[in-house]
Design a protein around this ligand. Sequence first.
Ligand code: G6P
Length: 613
Amino acid sequence: MCGIVGYIGKREAYPILINGLKRLEYRGYDSAGVALFSDTIRTYKHRGKITDLEKYIYGKETNGVLGIGHTRWATHGVPNDVNAHPHTTETGDIVLVHNGIIENYATLKLFLEKKGHVFSSETDTEVLAHLIEEIRKEEKGDFPSIVQIALQKVSGAYAIAVLSLKDPGILVVAKKGSPLVVGVGEKELYVASDPYPLAEYTKRVIYLEDGEIAALFHDGRIEMRTSTYESKTPHIHVLDIELERLEKSGFEHFMQKEIHEQPRAVRDSLRGRLYSVEDALLNLGGIQSVQEKLFTAGRYTFLGCGTSWHAGLIGKKIFEDLLRISSHVEYASEFRYGNPIVGENEIFFGISQSGETADTLAAMQCAKEHGGTVVGICNVVGSSIARMADAGLYTHAGPEIGVASTKAFTTQIATLLLLGLYITQKRKIIDDKNIKKILRELSNIPEKIEKILTADDSIRDIAKKYKNAKNALYLGRGYGFPVALEGALKLKEISYIHAEGYPAAEMKHGPIALVDEYMPVVVIALEGPSYEKIMSNAEEIRARKGKIIAIVNEGDTRFQNVADDCIEIPKTEDLLSPLLSVIPLQLFAYHIAVLRGCDVDRPRNLAKSVTVE
Ligand code: G6P
């Protein structure tokens, strides 16, 4: 949520900042701005997307080998030019960008107003600029020390990059609760909210820890201090990101590309871990340090938000079906404030694509404080959740840029399946013969996803019929229910059609009142334990003139008389079925959104990485 960038070195900062902001745009896109330091600090900010900012800046002075930039997702104050970052003071001395929320901003603002500061925006961020300026009047010390003293007075979350007119050769960055990465080049340094914008300039990065502050200099020097003011030698990590993964590669949208990447993404999730199907050998290195706890746990709990929470619902079912041990799934935001009861020997899986979602991070911290063992299931390597967890598995989906999550979801499920099977095997709950059967089928899943993707055009034809719907219902049972929730979420996120996912039988307890001839109802009707029941639910919809789009197994003709449209997917094991049944729902939502002219990769009001609670 909000993206920040910075550059200090020998080159012109402006193109580097704009480039970085474009790569971070999925974190927020309601306004953007840059500040460039040459003879003075020039700040340009504008409502709208990065391209609007570029148009606004066109023809203006953009010199400077030091600069900062920001793309905003509004928290305090409407999206407009004034509330856009960077923010400054009346004197223009301090100029900064910020990601996070300053929770005590109202108190600080009152204090600063009494001191004579005049505010121009409605943001919490502006308070920080005034506070740093005020502290500089009262305290002695170099610029980074002044920033650090100011930050001690702040509660909430921040990642900031700060310039001062009085200190032309320094870029100061700091973080607490929001992510910040420094890229180390040849006598030049980069700053970004996540590593993706850095990948085209350098592979060497430093992840700041909470409370840390760093002063960056033109010659590439870094002075880093911990929260207790002690100097620290930065630890350099080497990035493993292929640049082409950050491009659309011929697709119209990132979301479309990411849907079509799923066979590769799921293969990458399984690679090396599904070691030998025939010998039922699994190799999950990332969890070795907590193996014994995993194998003896009395309870497994899944934490997440949004799509990752849906993956958690599937994880719970997989674990209960395989292990026959009580498992739970919690919204991270509810868990962290819910006075949780943490069982002895309880394992918590924090599921998160970004690894930065504030609620998931805090829920995991809370679980840890209550004595739980926390295991991260993340996509972004080196992310905060990955670093704070006791152990973890990366999902290896590759960078996911589209705001609506797709390949992150299927790779989360693949990873949870491996994990569930591994624990089941070690706990000797099912025999290797059955494990092999599931593993064999799991290894066929990427190919089956490829097959579903060939139906792209026919799914677009179906989407054309329903593109003007105002509401939609998604129904499923068993493993089909979380998939129904995910299908409904995809549709509402990117097409703005109101959509609900329901357990098919629950439909009779309310939603059926909404069904009429204008209501499309997507029914996940795969062969399995509840096939006949789902068929009856579909008949009930049809009797009320609802339009039915059924997801059925290949060759199943029984739904043809009930449904208006059928989308066929290959057969698989019940517990693997979400990996296939979600694909047509992603394509359906994608095509509807495109047909409605929506900005698929940047849906209104949303952001990909939600770093505020
Ligand atoms: C936002 C994104 C969703 C994502 C959710 C959780 O709402 O738009 O796509 O599912 O955050 O994000 P995480 O990175 O923790 O999976």
